[in-house]
Ligand binder design. Structure first.
Ligand SMILES: Nc1nc2c(c(=O)[nH]1)N[C@@H](CNc1ccc(C(=O)N[C@@H](CCC(=O)N[C@@H](CCC(=O)N[C@@H](CCC(=O)O)C(=O)O)C(=O)O)C(=O)O)cc1)CN2
Ligand SMILES: [Zn+2]
Length: 759
């Protein structure tokens, strides 16, 4: 027998039960007992689903009410001072305050988990910080599963990854200086798990697939020497790429097993096998980052050398990474046609594939002949399907020339004619696009989808929302307006629904951060734009006001990055197809009279490969895709772009190469730190650093925002600064939005006056 394993199961629930429970608790509609109850039910259901799928190593502690990194932070007692934690167990409310902020304490930072659209809460470290075991969650959940008759393999984020992803506050120091402080806590956790009966633990160290410093390498040796002495056997999990030059380091550590991502990096198996003496290898064969049904014959062939080299007791079969990043169950999708459905696998189906492969390896292909044949057949049908190719799209790709990637004039020329046309004040105020997606808006959309609200009534409703939103922006005194995005369910899914080559799901939700989920569209074929997508909405909004209106589009890299992308051609090619479709939309918006057009690229940074050696290749095609999208317009059309959750330090020259007239960035949670690099680089175009952290329900005061603007003027010349929130306002409620935007406009006006007085 060959063991089958899972690294993590989606915790949100097949119908987003966790989202609803957490949000009800935040609203005060339910109590902690009710929330804990939902958590328990979901955990039980998910463990049992994995057991039913025949998985041997079932994870626990992969559940979280908000984020697994935040849970690790709480477990270590690493609660920043401002949350007033006085030792003992970190309770639910402290946990949520850390994630979301509280009136008296801003939230901790949030950033992307490697190259995914999942966001984690960044640990915040201070020099000499003390740690203490401050939660019993891993042990509690292990015991909870055991009572259901399931002996799980608890999951922890490893110490080197946890520290490497942390940021330091106050004095300058290396987070790894605190390794000796956290290791005793990890040892206590492992001892506790061993005492509760855990034979194995999974420790996630995804930093193992990145370029490690000598300090990090040393930390691995120190950490695992210590942890190996504690009770349970350790399955050290790497994922999202190849171990590469860290392979020897990882395989030398005194751990019982190592997990490899063989979906992203199938080639690494050959490199690792000779180093695997005495270890169990967990073969991450089934792609945990995408939704395509696996080619089981190819996976079986890939795994066979491992079986030959190590024998059946020293391999296990698993998904490439936690299944957190894929939807729960394809079985719920009744609107996907049978042909497309036969090409897909979600979390539940993927566990079936894991089990089939484990049996094929252990008992021979004939033991699972039916499943293997079905996989072969589906793969062959997908390859041969007429739906995936569109000759007109390929023909157009061939006509693209370098000139299509260039704006007509230089930035200086464009700035002059745009200033002339737009006549904006200094420190112009704007927003990032979306306004509150209230329950009413979502209800109307749901009713429209179900046929309870006809097209005309839905359109009339959206027009009313847009009208009210434009009036509200005029009343607040904003300078450049937006239409509010009420017609959009999501900035990527909406475009996916209107572009050819895309399919979408009904229940394919994936957690993005906290209770927030996305439903990534599926790109299965060549992409094109059958008709204009946003022009009517933007033109309608512009007709309501004499102030300049910004057209609002999602950029090609972000559409690519936040979709499940076909795996039968290079991503670069799919991205270029999307770029051409959005370019047409940009030109149509200009023709409809929109003076400014924003092309959002919040996922550009997230798409950056995890290894520096791969950056140049990605950045070349990703930036070119943006330029192709943006360059069809006249000089007097102002192109904006927007990015959030991005570190720009390493890629600033490429951001400059995008050559957007204005870029708005998220900057408030980092206290404008993100802006420094634009100043140091002498970034030539206009910038709007966010001065309102829109991911927190907290309303920032005028004084606070003035202070951030003052900081911004230290890094960037005043005549190039815009004033705006960190990101769109769709997750906020109207009262917060009105109050915060009033403060934001007041701060901008104050700074304008101060700047004039100083002259
Ligand atoms: N794709 C994507 N990735 C992103 C972002 C983003 O905007 N989009 N932003 C950044 C931060 N991440 C975010 C991710 C999600 C949300 C968000 O607000 N998500 C919503 C869902 C948005 C959505 O698709 N809404 C749909 C479906 C709404 C819904 O739940 N409908 C109900 C019915 C509604 C009712 O009857 O009341 C249902 O289907 O069951 C709609 O508006 O139409 C949520 O989780 O609540 C915000 C930020 C980074 N990554
Ligand atoms: Zn944003």
């Amino acid at each position: 027998m060959i063991r089958s394993a899972n690294l993590g199961f989606p915790r949100i629930g097949a119908r987003r039960e966790l989202k609803r429970a957490v949000e009800a608790y935040w609203k005060g509609a339910t109590d902690a007992a009710a929330l804990e109850g939902t958590g328990r039910e979901l955990r039980a259901r998910h463990w049992q689903a994995q057991q039913a799928a025949g998985i041997d190593a079932i994870p626990s502690n992969d559940f979280s009410f908000y984020d697994q990194m935040l849970d690790m932070t709480a477990l270590l007692g690493a609660v920043p001072e401002r949350f007033g934690h006085r030792g003992g167990a970190v309770g639910l409310d402290t946990l949520f305050a850390m994630a979301r902020g509280r009136d008296d304490a801003p939230a901790m930072e949030m950033t992307k988990w490697f190259d995914t659209n999942y966001h984690f809460i960044v640990p915040e470290l201070t020099d000499g910080m003390r740690f203490a075991l401050s939660s019993s969650k891993p042990v509690d959940e292990f015991i909870e599963a055991k009572k259901l008759g399931i002996v799980t393999r608890p999951v922890l984020i490893g110490p080197v990854t946890w520290l490497s992803l942390a940021k330091t506050k106050g004095a300058e120091f290396d987070p790894l200086d605190l390794l000796h402080g956290v290791l005793p806590i990890y040892e206590q956790i492992l001892d506790g798990l061993a005492a509760a009966g855990a034979e194995w633990v999974q420790i996630d160290e995804p930093v193992l697939v990145t370029d490690l410093t000598a300090r990090q390498q040393g930390a691995f040796a120190t950490a695992y020497d210590a942890l190996a002495k504690a009770g349970p056997k350790i399955m050290l999990a790497s994922y999202f790429g190849a171990l590469g030059d860290n392979a020897a380091l990882a395989l030398r550590l005194p751990v019982a097993g190592v997990h490899l991502d063989l979906a992203r990096a199938p080639g690494q198996l050959a490199d690792v096998l000779p180093l695997a003496a005495g270890k169990v290898l967990s073969l991450g064969l089934i792609d945990g980052r995408n939704v395509w049904r696996a080619d089981l014959s190819a996976k079986l062939a890939l795994a066979k050398p491992a079986l030959a080299a190590l024998g059946p007791d020293r391999i296990e079969v698993a998904p490439s990474c936690s299944l957190l990043h894929v939807p729960v169950d394809l079985g719920q999708e009744d609107e996907i046609d049978d042909e497309l459905a036969s090409w897909l696998a979600f979390a539940v189906q993927k566990l079936g594939e894991v089990r089939t492969l484990a049996r094929a390896l252990g008992e021979g292909r004939s033991a699972v002949a039916r499943q293997m044949a079905a996989s072969d057949k589906a793969l062959a049908a997908r390859r041969a399907s007429a739906r995936i190719h569109d000759v007109a799209v390929s023909a157009r790709l061939d006509t693209v020339t370098p000139a299509d990637l260039e704006r007509r004039g230089t930035y200086a020329e464009r700035r002059a004619v745009q200033d002339e046309k737009l006549r904006l004040p200094a420190f112009p105020t704007t927003t990032i696009g979306s306004f509150p997606q209230t329950a009413e808006v979502r209800k109307a959309r749901a009713a429209h989808r179900k046929g309870e609200l006809d097209d005309a009534a839905y359109e009339a409703f959206l027009k009313d929302e847009t009208r009210a939103c434009v009036a509200e922006q005029e009343r607040l005194g904003l300078d450049m307006l937006v239409h509010g995005e009420f017609e959009r369910n999501d900035m990527v899914e909406y475009f996916g629904e209107l572009l050819a080559g895309f399919a979408f799901t009904r229940h394919g939700w994936v957690q993005s951060y906290g209770s927030r989920c996305v439903k990534p569209p599926l790109i299965y074929g060549d992409v094109s734009r059958p008709a204009p997508m946003t022009v009517d909405w933007s033109a309608f909004a512009q007709s309501l006001t004499t102030r300049p209106m910004k057209g609002m589009l999602t950029g090609p890299v972000t559409i690519l990055q936040w979709s499940f992308v076909r795996d039968d051609q290079p991503r670069e090619r799919t991205c270029r197809q999307i770029a051409l479709a959005i370019r047409d939309e940009v030109c149509d918006l200009e023709a409809a009279g929109l003076p400014a057009i924003q092309i959002d690229e919040p996922a550009l940074r997230e798409g950056l490969p995890l290894r520096c050696a791969d950056w140049a290749g990605y950045l070349a095609w990703a930036i070119d895709a943006f330029r192709l999208t943006a360059s069809g317009v006249r000089n007097d059309t102002q192109i904006h772009t927007h990015m959030c959750y991005s570190e720009f330090n390493d890629i600033i020259e490429h951001i400059a190469r995008m050559d957007a007239d204005v870029i708005s960035i998220e900057a408030s949670r980092s206290d404008m730190e993100l802006l420094q690099v634009f100043g140091d680089f002498d970034y030539p175009n206009e910038i709007g650093p966010g001065i309102w952290d829109i991911h927190s329900p907290r309303i920032p005061s005028e004084a606070e925002m003035t202070a951030l603007l003052a900081k911004a003027t230290k890094a960037i010349p005043a005549e190039r600064l815009w004033v705006n929130p960190d990101c769109g306002l769709k997750t906020r409620a109207w009262p917060e939005v009105r109050a915060s935007l009033a403060n934001l406009v007041a701060a901008a006006k104050g700074v304008r006056q101060g700047a004039l007085a100083a002259e």
